[in-house]
Design a protein around this ligand. Structure first.
Ligand SMILES: CC(C)(COP(=O)(O)OP(=O)(O)OC[C@H]1O[C@@H](n2cnc3c(N)ncnc32)[C@H](O)[C@@H]1OP(=O)(O)O)[C@@H](O)C(=O)NCCC(=O)NCCSC(=O)CCO
Length: 257
């Protein structure tokens, strides 16, 4: 893959966006490579958690603006649809995902981070949706995901001003889960990811489905899905293991079945 690097460190799978000289700007090739990398990690049974990060000083500075000059109405629609569908795909992966935000996460870069389940950022990182300064607005799902993460008022401010905000402010808003010094970022992210990797995969997969779909459906439908899902989760070996481990006063060993 030209623009993405993959590292398998079971149970963790790492994806590095790899266009550091362009601050990991997202062009068509990177979208293709990212999809391929994600699919490879999902298909590997040894991988339980996927971490996405950037090489160099940025997580990603967003969609590749150099591609914009050749876009017309129709191709812009196609480009946005492609980017947005990739973010939807990542949001709905069956394994937990973490965005390790090592630097700038702007525009499509923040939209990618928002499609992940968890965001851990370096203190030095800055996030924002600066599309308005280009005369446009977020097109990879940002208008919808930001309001769901931080609420309408602050989301409006971020999108209307295009201002970048520091990681600590993003943490205060609930846009990132955890902020650590850059020197600690990889270690802290690994520790967090291992914690998730030790949890039962089927229950994690169902939590993702219930939370992601639950936001968009009437509460009664969501509550019914939750009850039905209990039937599925209770049929797993991991549920038996969890209950047995509780009574045997030991740490459970979840196998994913
Ligand atoms: C992120 C900024 C603030 C960093 O500024 P600075 O440190 O001064 O670094 P630069 O010299 O600007 O950037 C280095 C190099 O990367 C190129 N680049 C940066 N961002 C992009 C991008 N989004 N697309 C294409 N290329 C990019 C930049 O041109 C430089 O290349 P050279 O060949 O060395 O000149 C600053 O870079 C910045 O503000 N970037 C743009 C952020 C942005 O507007 N993002 C939104 C994009 S639209 C979008 O995402 C649509 C989807 O919703």
């Amino acid at each position: 893959m030209e623009t993405v690097q993959l590292k398998k460190e079971p149970p963790l799978g790492w994806i590095y966006l790899n266009r550091p000289d362009k601050l990991n700007a997202i062009n068509e090739q990177l979208m293709k490579d990212l999809r391929q990398a994600v699919d490879e990690l999902v298909a590997d049974d040894q991988i339980r958690v996927i971490i996405i990060t950037g090489q160099g000083k940025a997580f990603s500075a967003g969609a590749d603006i150099s591609q914009f000059k050749t876009l017309n109405g129709l191709t812009a629609w196609e480009f946005a649809k492609k980017g947005r569908e990739l973010m939807d795909y990542i949001e709905n992966l069956p394994k937990p995902t973490i965005a390790m935000i090592n630097g700038y996460a702007l525009g499509g870069g923040l939209e990618l981070a928002m499609a992940c389940d968890i965001r851990i950022a370096a203190e030095e990182a800055q996030v924002g949706l600066p599309e308005i300064t280009l005369g446009i607005y977020p097109g990879f799902g940002g208008t919808q995901r930001l309001i769901r993460l931080i609420g309408k008022g602050k989301a409006m401010e971020m999108m209307m001003t295009g201002d970048r905000i520091p990681a600590r402010e993003a943490e205060r808003l609930g846009l990132v889960n955890k902020v650590v010094p850059l020197t600690e970022l990889e270690k802290e992210t690994r520790n967090f990811a291992i914690k998730l990797a030790e949890k039962p995969p089927v229950a994690l997969k169902l939590i993702k489905l219930l939370v992601n779909q639950g936001l968009d459906i009437p509460i009664l439908a969501g509550l019914n899905m939750e009850s039905l899902g209990w039937g599925v989760v209770f049929s797993t070996e991991d549920a038996k293991e969890g209950v047995n481990a509780f009574f045997e006063k030991r740490k459970p060993n979840f196998k994913g079945s």
